[in-house]
Design a protein around this ligand. Structure first.
Ligand code: GAR
Length: 212
């Protein structure tokens, strides 16, 4: 008898290269006991939706602008996630901060990839290219990516995996973003999903313990 797979919902807002990394890992059999069953976008024109459709994955759209506030948007998202019976929720370039309505319902079941080494360059306002602009402004020599559990406080949940990437002298926000994606995000996000789906991550006192 085969074990029931963990159902994964991936939340997106944009290009979806991290979603693609997850799909590629799944196709290589590297998502452990997990399966992407649904992609939910906060924008109707996100290219990530095409990536899902090209791979036969169900898509849903929940547009942020259709809701007056974050509380009502969060409630609607929570209802969709319950309806989809998901075991794991992955933020892959999802640019909306959901409130405790979702975070409490799925405590330690939501993970996010952030394009910096948390606690540097994170929190409200630090998303996408802005993160790399700030890293270059500060002159850091090393940046990278972090995968962490999502809590109601932005980018503050328990850290699961991190990977450092060198910052080069002539970097622009775009070149740094690309190198961090290629060398860090696209590797540690699928790895964290695999670890989660194989039951290898526990949270103790706000820190994760990985059983590899
Ligand atoms: C990625 O770099 C991701 O880490 C970042 O946005 C990009 C989305 O790219 N997320 C955040 O900044 C969240 N705070 P993608 O749509 O190609 O995966």
């Amino acid at each position: 008898m085969t074990e029931k797979k963990a159902k994964i919902a991936v939340l997106v807002s944009g290009g979806g290269t991290n979603l693609q990394a997850l799909i590629d890992a799944q196709n290589r059999g590297e998502l452990g006991n997990g399966e992407i069953t649904c992609v939910i976008s906060s924008k109707s024109d996100a290219y990530a939706l095409e990536r899902a459709k090209n791979n036969g994955i169900k898509t849903r759209i929940l547009i942020r602008k259709d809701f007056t506030d974050i509380a009502s948007y969060s409630r609607a998202m929570r209802d969709i996630l319950i309806e989809e019976k998901v075991d794991l929720i992955v933020y892959a370039g999802f640019m909306t901060i959901l409130d405790e309505n979702v975070c409490d319902a799925f405590q330690n079941k939501m993970i996010n990839v952030h394009p910096a080494l948390i606690p540097s360059f994170c929190g409200k306002g630090f998303y996408g290219l802005h993160v790399h602009e700030e890293a270059l402004k500060k002159g850091v020599k090393v940046s990278g990516a972090t995968v962490h559990f999502v809590t109601a406080e932005c980018d503050a949940g328990p850290i699961i995996l991190q990977k450092a990437v060198d910052v080069l002298e002539n970097d622009t926000p775009e070149t740094l973003q690309k190198r961090i994606m290629e060398q860090a995000e696209w590797k540690i996000l699928p790895k964290a999903v695999q670890l989660f789906c194989d039951g290898k991550i526990t949270v103790e006192n706000g820190r994760t313990v990985i059983d590899e």
